[in-house]
Design a protein around this ligand. Structure first.
Ligand code: GNR
Ligand code: NI
Length: 172
């Protein structure tokens, strides 16, 4: 397993739409393991492939409580097949936008169809933090970030701050 570097805004890679995975093979399982290692090291509770510069439709999650055993989850080619009318608000953060947190409103419940690490089709209904995280990660696969749900003023302010940081560190 290898820990990879996490890409930070304003890197345009984060705005790319990821491609479906044709076959769940050992290479994809190795990618999932690298993503889990990277997520745990950060530490974070989710990570999408585009955050490490891989434009494939896969994300990993672990929303287990800190005192509970690890519960790594892998979602390949995920699709929301149903979402509730009911909304819920959660304060979100993102490893690609370090140390910035804001409330985001999303459907409270979602049903998601995906392939697991064995390539088996699964369907789950999620609520609470799991629902929020699944929607946050699925957005990444479509080039969308949680700051896109905020006012233009807030989003521009965040983008400007991170653009300045990237310039200072020679990344732009
Ligand atoms: O670690 C993370 N925490 C988090 C908190 C609230 C809502 C979503 C998240 S996902 C984030 C990791 C990340 O950036 N995944 O893309
Ligand atoms: Ni994120």
């Amino acid at each position: 397993m290898t820990k990879r570097d996490i890409i930070i805004i304003p890197d345009p890679v984060l705005r790319e739409v990821c491609e479906p995975i044709a076959t769940v093979d050992n290479e994809i399982r190795a990618l999932a393991d690298d993503m889990l290692e990277t997520m745990y090291a950060a530490p974070g509770i989710g990570l999408a492939a585009s955050q490490i510069g891989v434009l494939k439709r896969i994300f990993v999650l672990d929303v287990a409580k800190e005192d509970a055993p690890k519960d790594p989850m892998v979602f390949i080619n995920p699709e929301v097949v149903w979402e509730s009318e009911d909304k819920s608000v959660y304060q979100e953060g993102c490893l690609s936008i370090p140390e910035y947190y804001e409330d985001v409103e999303r459907p409270a419940l979602v049903r998601v169809k995906f392939l697991d690490r064995d390539g088996e089709e699964q369907e789950i209904e999620a609520g609470g933090l799991l629902s929020t995280c699944i929607q946050h990660e699925l957005d990444h696969l479509n080039g969308k970030l949680f700051i896109d749900y905020l006012s233009k003023l807030k989003r521009d302010r965040v983008m400007k701050k991170f653009t300045k940081v990237a310039k200072h560190s020679g990344k732009i």
